[in-house]
Design a protein around this ligand. Structure first.
Ligand code: GDP
Ligand code: MG
Length: 872
């Protein structure tokens, strides 16, 4: 086969020996060996295939030695080396491949980016999940317009650095986009670098445990311990400075939390990542192990909300009383617990050791001390000075300040404030029309205002309802004057309240202050035919249902029927009750009425988004679907199945599951049916201004991310009638694929026309038909023994459209191993071969498939490739 130019062998376990036998195919220009375990030796045998322009060696463990063997393939324009254990040495040997336009090195332990800086023709460089820290060597590429991107499933062009441990520039800058990246690199060039030494320390623990006392012993030596009745309201932020290892001033912002129950529901906004936590344990309580509430609750909160920030435990030996705790057990379960300190706070030096530990650990926090352009640090300290006298400045004043240190440039100034916001230095909500007009310098000014409402007795007695008049009273203090609309916007942004529709005077509702118990009406509400979904949490952050209610308030018609732990949603004649179960660890969604499926999908999708917004919750929530066997249907305590396991069954084609109680086989598809619609109904308003999402739980929050916008990929599936089964199997497969792709924001829509085709004769609606073909993204046709007149016509229509507009992408799959038996079949086959000839003439490569399984796999991988390369 020495004249071969095109060879695709992916997924064949050919190994190093198999690769070796390809060494003579020196005319090859295209070679795909994805997933073949060829290793370094296999890669070495390809070294003479110097005509290659495209080579795919994904998942082959070729390592540095393997990469070195490719250095002579200088004709390559496309090279895919994802997941190959290639490090810096390997990357360096690729530097000679200067013709590359596409290079994928994702999932390789590469640290330095210098080897790519000379690949001047690159349009797509994928460095996802590598160890790249510094992008400055890539500046020539970036300046040329190659965009740095932080995208898990990115489109093809640009430099993707998703999940890289970036320092230079920090990920926050990359996420702001190309202009921010270039600005960062250029400013460093002209100003040099400086460092922001600043960190947040949070003191947590039960009310009365001694948090405020500890703060005084740590940093307020001349103040006495607080009196019994002097309990902290809201949050107190104390600032402290010390000299760091380099002798530079290091700024600590120490947050002392009040103990009120209500504040727990707002924790998600303050318990930020990249902070140091101190948990105060009162030695007079009985908490000793990780199972005791005193440790469990707080450590779970910190682990879930702060993404495993480090924790120091301080045992307050009140009245000299000590207590031994199961330290090893606690550290085993919560590896972020670093050390336990103890002391009697009556003594002045009780916290000396802890204070040393704090200094040590804040300097180790991620991103503390990152290099940034020198003037940024100056601007930061100017703002710090202003902050002493006033809680916020107008955006206009901020622009002015920026312009007095750097050239006036509003977009640049906004990017800088976004960066400070993301780091938690101050608050600037740029995506909110009202809030964007102010840079909030004193975080506690904002949080105090919020707590004042949540703590307001008249508002509490009205079960969370308040009007503008109440705001006048609650925010009477001069620092809040003229800022009421902004403060309300802030509360709405934090999902702490929403404006009730059609109320005079204007009235807001804060669901955290609703009645603690469910209305009588809901006592025996459950009915056997309800559509139900459970969420089971290992740890459930407080306030989840209230936030769900704020998010979905357009579906709340009767707020009086809602309570702290339950919300009642309605749409048309359908209703849904979302309630916290008695265990306190489960949320139940129960829907009924004609649109119950839509309603439960809509609410579940928002609850999913809320859950996802807590990175630490990922492994702590399970979605359970109740059993629908004849017994369970009638039972009030049905068995249930984890949604993930049902989806796995569906994926693996095991379409029944046995009820553990009745042993009845239940249909998996029926269990899943209706709980998650492929597409949410139109009537559900999309959330406009995003509520706090994945990255913005902390006080420094940006716009909500939510789920990515849904992109529909239309696939036209054509085949002759003899392949009906394959087509059916294929379509079922697509439905399964959809579940996975939806997470990436992609929805596959399959257009099947065979029913239409069968009915069609003279009256064929060719135009309408062609229109459909033209409008789809992928045109897929399956062939067996014959082409079928219609299928071929469809192909022609698709091909014409492709030539005109580059759409749709055309894939043709031919079933393999057809042996002609009778004459008729032979004729069909000849038509088929003729068609294949025609395809080749059109420069279109067709593919063979052996079985439906093979077809699924092939198309699946093709689709993944297309999505990843951004061709769809
Ligand atoms: N006797 C004694 N009282 C303490 C000690 N630590 C705290 N207290 C008192 O306990 C009360 C509650 O402490 P505080 O620091 O306000 O607790 P917080 O609610 O966690 O901030 C205050 O009256 C403190 O004076 C201690 O070590 N010994
Ligand atoms: Mg206190």
């Amino acid at each position: 086969l020495t004249q071969l130019t095109y060879l695709d062998l992916w997924n064949n376990e050919i190994g190093a020996a198999g690769a070796a036998s390809l060494a003579d195919l020196t005319q090859l220009t295209y070679l795909d060996l994805w997933n073949n375990e060829i290793g370094a030796a296999g890669a070495a045998s390809l070294a003479d295939l110097t005509q290659l322009t495209a080579l795919n060696l994904r998942n082959n463990e070729i390592g540095d030695a393997g990469a070195a063997a490719l250095a002579d393939l200088t004709q390559l324009t496309s090279l895919d080396l994802e997941n190959n254990q290639i490090g810096d040495a390997g990357a360096a040997s690729l530097a000679a491949l200067t013709h590359l336009t596409y290079l994928n090195l994702s999932d390789n332990p590469v640290v330095g980016s210098t080897p790519f800086s000379t690949m001047r023709r690159l349009t797509s460089l994928n460095l996802k999940k590598t160890k790249i820290q510094d992008l400055s060597p890539l500046r020539p590429l970036l300046e040329r317009g190659l965009e740095a991107k932080w995208e898990e499933y990115g489109s093809g062009n640009g430099i993707n650095v998703y999940d890289c441990p970036l320092i230079h520039p920090p990920p926050e800058i990359v996420k702001q986009g190309q202009a921010a990246v270039l600005n960062y690199l250029r400013e460093i060039d002209t100003q040099g670098v400086d460092h922001l030494y600043e960190a947040k320390v949070l003191i947590l623990g039960e009310g009365g445990a001694g948090k405020t006392s500890l703060l005084r012993r740590l940093y307020q030596a001349n103040r006495p311990l607080p009196a019994e009745e002097e309990s902290t309201k809201g949050i107190d932020i104390h600032r402290h400075q010390f000299a760091n290892r380099e002798g530079k001033p290091f700024q600590l912002n120490v947050w002392d939390f009040g103990g009120q129950q209500i504040y727990h529901a707002t924790h998600q906004f303050f318990l930020t990542k990249r902070s140091l936590y101190i948990l105060v344990d009162d030695t007079r309580n009985n908490s000793k192990t990780v199972h005791d509430e005193g440790f469990k609750y707080w450590l779970e909160v910190i682990e879930t909300l702060s993404e495993r920030s480090p924790v120091l435990i301080f045992q307050n030996e009140k009245a000299g009383r000590s207590k031994s705790i199961a330290e090893a057990g606690i550290k085993g379960r919560f590896p972020n617990v670093i050390e336990v300190y103890r002391g009697n706070l009556e003594k002045h030096n009780a916290a000396t050791k802890l204070e040393e530990a704090i200094r040590l650990h804040v300097q180790k926090l991620p991103h503390v001390g990152d290099a940034v352009p020198a003037q940024w640090v100056t601007i930061r300290s100017e703002l710090e000075k202003i902050k002493k006298g006033q809680p916020f400045i107008s955006q206009k004043d901020y622009f002015q300040l920026y312009a007095s240190y750097l050239e006036e440039d509003r977009p640049k100034a906004l990017r800088l404030s976004q960066y400070f916001h993301d780091l938690g230095v101050f608050l600037h909500f740029q995506d909110d029309q009202l809030l964007q007009r102010y840079v909030i310098l004193q975080n506690d000014w904002a949080t105090e205002a919020v707590f004042k409402v949540l703590d307001d007795e008249p508002t509490k007695s009205r079960k969370g309802r308040f009007t503008q008049a109440d705001c006048q009273r609650i925010w009477a203090h001069s620092t809040y004057a003229d800022m009421h609309p902004e403060l309300l916007a802030l509360m709405e942004k934090f999902e702490l309240c929403y404006k009730l529709p059609d109320q005079r005077p204007d009235t807001w509702l804060s669901p955290q202050l609703l009645s603690p118990s469910a209305p009588e009406l809901f006592k025996d509400w459950a009915k056997p035919d309800d559509l139900v979904l459970f969420y089971q949490y290992d740890f459930l952050p407080k306030g989840m249902i209230s936030r769900l209610m704020v998010r979905k308030n357009h579906l709340v018609r009767q707020p009086d029927l809602c309570w702290i732990d339950g919300a009642y949603f309605e749409h048309g004649n359908s209703e849904l009750l979302a309630g916290l179960m008695d265990s306190g660890q489960e949320i139940e969604l129960r829907a009924r009425g004609p649109q119950r499926k839509e309603l439960i999908s809509v609410i579940a999708s928002d609850l999913d988004t809320l859950n996802d917004s807590f990175e630490g919750l990922r492994d702590k929530v399970r979605k359970l679907v109740p059993c629908i066997c004849s017994n369970c249907r009638l039972s009030t305590t049905p068995e249930s199945y984890e949604e993930g396991r049902l989806l796995k069954r569906k994926h693996d084609g095991k379409l029944t599951i046995e009820c553990p109680e009745s042993y009845e086989d239940v249909s998996v598809l029926e269990l899943l049916d209706g709980l998650k619609l492929d597409m949410l109904p139109q009537w559900d308003k999309p959330a406009q201004t995003g509520p706090p999402g994945a990255d913005d739980r902390h006080s420094a929050s940006t716009e909500g991310s939510g789920s990515p916008p849904l992109r529909t990929i239309k696939i036209f599936l054509a085949s002759s009638s003899e392949l009906k089964e394959d087509r059916n199997g294929f379509e079922l497969h697509f439905r399964q694929v959809n579940d996975r792709l939806l997470k990436k924001g992609i929805y596959l829509q399959i257009l099947r026309w065979e029913n239409f085709l069968d009915a069609m004769s003279e009256t064929r609606l060719q135009d309408e038909y062609n229109e459909e073909v033209r409008n789809c993204d992928i045109f897929l046709s399956l062939f067996k023994t014959k082409t079928g007149k219609y299928t071929e016509e469809e192909f022609d229509a698709a091909h014409r459209a492709f030539k005109d507009s580059g759409k749709p992408l055309i894939y043709t799959y031919f079933m393999k191993n057809i042996i002609p038996t009778d004459k008729r079949l032979r004729e069909d086959l000849i038509s088929l071969w003729n068609f294949q000839d025609k395809l080749s003439g059109l420069g279109h490569y067709h593919t063979h498939y052996a079985s439906i399984e093979d077809l699924k796999l092939q198309f699946q991988q093709q689709l993944d490739k297309l999505i990843e390369e951004g061709k769809l």
